[in-house]
Each structure stands twice: as C-alpha cells, then as structure tokens.
Design a protein around this ligand. Structure first.
Ligand code: NDP
Length: 240
C-alpha cells in the first residue's frame, strides 16, 4: 500500500507542485486548500488528486479534517505544511488584523495541522513533517514583519519538534524557498521582478518543481537521518 501524504495549500502554486511530485513518487496525495474551489476542482480534474477544504487557521477544522482524511484515505504518513499568505505593510502601517491573519495561517496553522496528527504518528512510529518556511523568515524582509516572524517561528518549531519526534520515528524538517515563479511572484510588475532577479546569483527565479523535489527527498526513507534541518533553496541569494 502506498504512503499517504497531506499537503496544505496543495492545489495551487508551490503546493500543487509538491502534491504532483509526491504523487509521481508513488504517494497517495490529498491536497488541502482554503477557498479557491475553482482552482481545486481544476487541479483534481488534471491530476486525480483529492482536494479537501478547510482553513489551517482553525484548529477544530484541522482536527476534524485530518480524522476524516485518515478514515477515508488511510493513515497520514507525510504532512507538508505549505499553506501560506502575505499581508505586507511597512510596520508603522501594519494593522493588528494583518499581523494576526499572517500569524494565524503561517505559524498557528502549522501547529493546528501538526498537533492533531502528532499522537497518531507517535503511535504508528512513523512520520514525516515538512514545513515550508521562507528566505524571508531567515533574513527578515521590509514590510513583512508579520510574515518574517511567522516563517522564523516555523523554523524554531521545526527544530524543537524534531527533538521530540526523533525516538518515535518522526522527522521534522523545513524548506526555505527563495523567490519562486508562482502566480504571486509573476503578478508583480516586470520592473520589480527584474530587480528581484538581479539579487539572485543564479540569475533566475526558482521553479515550483525545484522546491517540490526537495520535499520528496525529505519525505523519503533516504532522509531518515535528517531531522531538524532546513533546506535552503534560493539560488544563492542568502546563506543562513
Ligand atoms: P499561493 O498563494 O500560490 O498558494 C497558497 C496556497 O495556500 C493556496 O492553495 C491557498 O488555498 C492555501 N491557503 C492559504 N491560506 C490558507 C488557509 N488558511 N488554509 C488552508 N490553505 C490556505 O502560494 P505559494 O505557492 O507562492 O506559496 C506556498 C508556500 O511557500 C507559502 O507558505 C509561502 O509563504 C511559501 N513561499 C513562497 C515563495 C514564493 O516565491 N512563491 C517564497 C518563499 C516561501 P486557496 O487555493 O484556496 O486560496
């Protein structure tokens, strides 16, 4: 029987590439999403990957959703915490709402998804948790105090939980993408995009598949000795 992987925010952008790469590697994949039904439906039609809708910011919804996926699909072996949002503003203009939305999704969302699954994985003595952080959680970014704080928090969470999971056969790792050619990045004006690219030593944006293949490796048996680590995939833009 193939292993089961649940990818949050798994029907668009980097998450869609992760879902597809895991499927190609032989996993039974379930992709969670928040609200874009049209994208989710299209993704399922194109890939055959089941999509499930709830907000990672809602603990009860995560617990219920995970229980339902395990009942309908099977025990979840791999959790990829990929769902994320931005609400950028320079700090003097940042509202409490912008702060909380980003923390609730990008940091608490990782707790909300991992916590209900943790005991199940401990009992089964196997698990792979992979958290998608960001270069901006490593180095900080102007107008992203909320996002940088949440993504840095994800790295602390990864390192702490790796220690707790080690004896139970659960590895916990992070991937920090740099600038990746998703809708979000391609939507910025060409001039701004060119300025971003000029700061990337390899001279281009990353491809979603380049993040996805790092995730597939961390999920594999070959990565059993790797836990608490961060794979930095940013074209040489920043060395953590
Ligand atoms: P997209 O905006 O393309 O996709 C985000 C996905 O997350 C969507 O599937 C969305 O669902 C889902 N999502 C958002 N909020 C929630 C929520 N509350 N509950 C469940 N799902 C949610 O993002 P990217 O692919 O660009 O980014 C993916 C991850 O990679 C994020 O964590 C991001 O911070 C990180 N990252 C991205 C970089 C980049 O250059 N793109 C760089 C570094 C890190 P729906 O489709 O329903 O809206």
């Amino acid at each position: 029987m193939s292993r089961v992987a649940l990818v949050t925010g798994g029907s668009r952008g980097i998450g869609a590439a992760i879902s597809a790469a895991l499927q190609q590697a032989g996993y039974t994949v379930v992709a969670n999403y928040a609200g874009n039904d049209e994208a989710a439906q299209k993704f399922t039609e194109e890939t055959g990957i089941k999509t499930v809708k709830w907000s990672v910011a809602d603990y009860e919804a995560c617990a219920a959703g995970i229980a339902k996926v395990e009942e309908e699909v099977g025990p979840i072996d791999v959790l990829v915490n990929n769902a994320g949002i931005t609400r950028d503003a320079p700090f003097h203009k940042m509202t409490p709402e912008q702060w909380h939305q980003v923390i609730d999704t990008n940091l608490s969302g990782v707790f909300n998804m991992t916590h209900p699954l943790w005991t199940r994985m401990r009992e089964r003595k196997f698990g792979r948790i992979i958290n998608i952080s960001s270069i901006n959680g490593q180095k900080g970014q102007f107008a992203q105090a909320n996002y940088s704080a949440a993504k840095a928090g994800d790295l602390g969470f990864t390192k702490a939980l790796a220690q707790e999971g080690a004896r139970a056969g659960i590895t916990v790792n992070a991937v920090c993408p740099g600038y990746i050619a998703t809708e979000m990045v391609m939507a910025v004006p060409e001039k701004v995009r060119d300025a971003i690219i000029s700061q990337i030593p390899v001279g281009r944006l990353g491809e979603p598949g380049e993040i996805a293949r790092a995730v597939v490796f961390l999920a594999s048996d070959d990565a059993a000795f790797i836990t608490g680590s961060t794979i930095t995939a940013n074209g040489g833009q920043y060395f953590a």
